[in-house]
Design a binder for this molecule. Structure first.
Ligand SMILES: Cc1ncc(C[n+]2csc(CCOP(=O)(O)OP(=O)(O)O)c2C)c(N)n1
Length: 339
């Protein structure tokens, strides 16, 4: 059964549906444009780095940004581009990190899978499937002990819900009533394995409900619905009412990583998802609802394209991270840790 959000009141607190729609659109458009620019760098061979496409997930990612305060904590995965953009990390720092430049968020030595910007609440980006959840439990516990109203959000794929770390984190968060929101970006594939091939029960909300946590399942192609659910979950967590699990059902329309083939994905399924492209479809529905004009949306598109052009130029003109940087900020480097 698809459960619905218990409250959409929180969504109204950030403006009218037209305001929310515009903010979501801008955020989704920024992700799309940056991803396109980074993919171009890979296609032309200008640079090489691991890249995990977020195409199709933009609405889910954008909802996080609107719901979180800058001081709230986020832990995310290697498929992090959208989450990181949504969290408010400047595009210049993201582009530079992907390209391995000293001006990147992690001085260019983390790369595309290891961005972090603690000053903006982006605490961890990890390539270990499911590892963001126990980190988020720690962040949630810290927030609870500090009592300053901070909330932790963690995002992960559907496959991660079959990892022990997620099961343990859900239980811990529930029993400790942590201010924590679990956002499952259910793109229906775990690398080469489809969801129905690795679990009998594909209603992932049941994983959270089993430990007594409120869980909601939303359509990953419906930006306002996702936003309302995530916003309500964050508000609940902030109010001390405990953790919430949000499952957003979307679809991965590209290969697992840049350059990997996806012939194993049923073509008709992929085509159906492509036809629902959240960025394109949402732009159309904003116009159809009469919320904003073509001029307004085109002006956002132009601003975003310029912002991405500037970010890529900034990254390209920054110095590559030198090898000697690799041993700095390393835990075992005593000289460095004393500074
Ligand atoms: C602990 C661990 N096991 C296995 C892997 C290899 N691996 C990398 S991505 C991936 C699929 C994860 O699928 P999902 O959680 O659905 O996330 P998605 O990539 O679809 O966003 C796997 C198994 C890993 N990185 N970490």
């Amino acid at each position: 059964m698809v459960s619905s959000p218990t409250s959409v009141a929180a969504a109204e607190s950030v403006g009218t549906p037209a305001d929310v729609a515009l903010n979501l659109y801008r955020s989704m458009r920024r992700m799309r444009a940056l991803e396109n620019a980074l993919q171009k760098v890979l296609s032309t061979g200008e640079a090489r780095f691991p890249s995990y496409p977020i195409r199709g997930l933009e609405a889910t990612c954008a909802s996080i940004g609107l719901a979180m305060q800058p001081s709230d904590y986020l832990s995310t995965t290697y498929r992090c581009l959208g989450d990181v953009v949504a969290k408010g990390v400047p595009l210049r720092g993201i582009a530079a990190e992907f390209l391995g430049r000293v001006t990147g968020t992690s001085k260019g030595k983390g790369g595309s899978m290891h961005l972090s910007a603690p000053e903006l609440g982006l605490m961890a980006t990890t390539g270990i499937v499911g590892a963001g959840a126990p980190i988020a439990c720690g962040l949630g516990l810290a927030a609870q002990l500090e009592g300053n109203g901070q909330v932790a959000v963690t995002t992960f794929g559907d496959g991660a819900t079959s990892i022990g770390a997620i099961a343990e984190s859900l239980n811990l968060a529930a029993i400790w009533n942590l201010p924590l929101v679990f956002v499952c970006q259910n793109n229906q594939w775990a690398e080469h394995t489809s969801i129905s091939d690795y679990t009998r029960n594909t209603e992932l909300t049941s994983r959270a409900e089993a430990v007594g946590m409120r869980a909601v399942r939303v359509d990953g192609f419906a930006p306002l619905e996702i936003h309302a659910a995530v916003q309500a979950a964050v508000e609940e967590a902030r109010a001390g009412q405990g953790p919430v699990f949000v499952e957003s059902v979307t679809y991965r329309t590209k290969g697992h990583s840049f350059g990997s083939e996806n012939r194993y994905v049923p073509a008709e399924e992929r085509k159906a998802a492509e036809a629902r492209d959240p960025v394109v479809a949402f732009r159309l529905s904003i116009l159809q609802e009469g919320w904003h004009s073509e001029d307004t949306l085109s002006s956002i598109d132009a601003d975003v394209d310029e912002e991405v052009r500037d970010a890529m130029e900034f990254a390209r003109s920054s110095d590559p991270t030198p090898p000697e940087e690799m041993l700095r900020d390393v835990y075992g480097n005593q000289e460095d840790s004393r500074r």
